[in-house]
Design a protein around this ligand. Structure first.
Ligand SMILES: [Zn+2]
Length: 75
């Protein structure tokens, strides 16, 4: 077990090239969102510590492969 687990490496936003941020939602799911344009991955649910890690990996993988939802107010 690593004491300080900083999470997976996140690439730049596939939409605008901004910084991606891993977010935990209500302690039961993870998603990655862009701080610049608001693009985000879907929420990945988890129910245990094991699932938590795979949820983080999955969210990061979606982000890193460009599978994001872009919800611009202007669209
Ligand atoms: Zn962005």
């Amino acid at each position: 077990m690593m004491q300080h687990w900083n999470g997976p490496e996140l690439q730049d936003c596939p939409i605008c090239g901004g910084a991606g941020l891993l977010e935990e939602e209500s302690g039961c799911s993870y998603y990655v969102m862009c701080m610049d344009c608001g693009s985000q991955t879907v929420n990945i649910d988890f129910r245990s510590e094991e699932e938590r890690k795979s949820a983080v990996s999955k969210a990061a993988e979606l982000w890193n492969t460009g599978k994001v939802i872009y919800s611009s107010a202007g669209e």
